[in-house]
Write a protein that binds this ligand. Structure first.
Ligand code: 4AD
Ligand code: MG
Length: 440
């Protein structure tokens, strides 16, 4: 189907033509005999100008009734106007009210976050929210494009699952008829089954964590993209990840420049996102943290100050690999040293690779190489006090043609925050779910 209708983002194609713009009043003002109506239609903003004489008298009367967010059909001629936001404006001929809005709760004045969050269903119409969510949609599109171009098969993992992937402390459970089920924390384990069936796959869907952390980086429901590839090494995994970040940044610059401008994003931060990104081992990271005055004892995970310090050190995203096994999930392949090596006498290090974004946007990618040996994996399941019976299907991958394989998960909302420069993940998803936020 093709929309036989005018949309603001296509204004250039309609210069000189009389069209009808269907949308909502963003704001209005009068200046003597001229009336200005700022209209939004979901694709952008357009100034519509009512001149006495060029526009019917009824339109002038209707103009007076219009309130913020009233819905209207405005008919007029599209003119080039360099001073207007999108480069075009409309000379109005007539105006038809669809619905006059009641006093709108969100006015141009400052509102508190709690108020805005409670009005999220309306807040998404505001310019900055609109821009951030348009960038989100572009990022989703570009991610799919990246993997599709590389010949990946999209492989959807279930949301309701019988077992945990990322530890049992952040599981949401629900009753599943006579049984208990969990909302998925990650599609990875299923992605691994897909990699053995299709070679290279990616899952893309919502994931859930009962995180009791009220930070600017944590949601309880977030979207994750998880590629998983048979025969892929840890180094290739990092290459796949940096290629993805580069593709996302380039797509945002190319296709969402207007939105990034509304968000006042410093574009140079996106332009520099070209691989290869620096790679350091966890042990090397600890030395940098010590030098920068934020030391942590070996075996502890990074917090916000440590991620910020690594960002400052490199001014670029950085991969941290070979983390302590003790802070990593059961499925990681292990190593005795902090650089390579796959002997597992001590299993001190995990074959992981996390990508830390600069400017405090935190861990964007978490991934690594998986344990492919059935006995070692069984031991790990026991060490993590998981019920082996729930993982028999997962162990089967190691019994029937096991191969080295790797993958990662990219957090969509953190990526959107980073690309847009929006400080909090709550503004990077239409309806954020957080510890204290379930409505609307
Ligand atoms: O590092 P995580 O926990 O890794 C996994 O879940 C692996 N199973 C992925 C894989 O290898 N297939 O999560 C991956 C990414 C993080 O780097 C972060 O970007 C995001 O998911 N993430 C969150 N985003 C928002 N809110 C939360 N509570 C998040 N937890 C993780
Ligand atoms: Mg992680």
């Amino acid at each position: 189907m093709s929309f036989n209708r005018f949309f603001i983002e296509d204004a250039a194609k309609f210069e000189g033509q009389i069209i009808t713009l269907k949308g909502w009043v963003y704001n209005k003002r009068s200046s003597g005999k001229i009336k200005f109506l700022m209209m939004r239609d979901g694709t952008g903003l357009m100034q519509c100008v009512l001149f006495k004489g060029e526009c019917d008298d009824a339109a002038f009367e209707e103009f007076e009734k219009l309130t913020q967010e009233s819905s209207v059909e405005v008919t007029g001629v599209i003119k080039k106007e360099g001073r207007s936001a999108g480069g075009f404006e409309m000379g109005v001929k007539s105006l038809k009210i669809v619905s006059v809005a009641e006093p709108y709760p969100i006015s141009p004045k400052e509102h508190g976050v709690e108020f805005l969050m409670n009005h999220r269903h309306l807040w998404i119409r505001s310019q900055r929210q609109w821009a951030a969510l348009r960038v989100r949609a572009e990022i989703i599109r570009s991610i799919q494009e990246y993997f599709d171009q590389l010949g990946f098969v999209r492989f959807d993992a279930p949301i309701l699952t019988p077992n945990s992937c990322e530890g049992t402390s952040t599981l949401f459970s629900t009753s599943y008829f006579e049984e208990k089920a969990f909302l998925t924390q990650s599609g990875q384990l299923y992605g691994e089954t897909g990699a053995m069936a299709f070679g290279k796959v990616y899952t893309f869907g919502p994931t859930f964590r009962a995180e009791k952390s009220a930070t600017r980086k944590h949601l309880t429901e977030f979207w994750m993209i998880e590629p998983e590839v048979a025969f892929m090494t840890l180094e290739e995994n990092m290459q796949l990840g940096e290629g993805l970040i580069e593709h996302i940044a380039q797509s945002c610059l190319k296709n969402r420049a207007k939105e990034l401008q509304i968000l006042e994003r410093d574009l140079s931060k996106l332009e520099i996102l070209k691989g290869p990104f620096p790679r350091i081992s966890y042990d090397e990271a600890l030395k940098i943290l010590e030098k920068r005055g934020v030391p942590i004892p070996w075996g502890e995970d990074f917090g916000a100050p440590h991620e910020a310090a690594l960002g400052e050190e490199f001014g670029k995203p950085v991969f941290v690999h070979h983390m302590p096994s003790q802070i990593k999930a059961f499925y990681f392949k292990q190593s005795d040293t902090h650089f390579g090596d796959a002997s597992t006498t001590t299993g001190k290090y995990a074959f992981g690779c996390d990508l830390i974004a600069p400017d405090g946007y935190g861990e964007i990618i978490g991934g690594g190489q998986r344990e492919e040996n059935a006995e070692v994996l069984q031991r790990r399941i026991k060490e993590h006090e998981l019920n082996q019976a729930d993982y028999e299907w997962y162990l089967d991958l190691r019994r029937y043609g096991s191969v080295p394989h790797s993958g990662f998960g990219l957090g969509l909302e953190r990526t959107v925050a980073w690309m847009t420069g929006v400080p909090h993940v709550r503004e990077t998803v239409p309806y954020p779910r957080m510890m204290n936020t379930l409505r609307p």
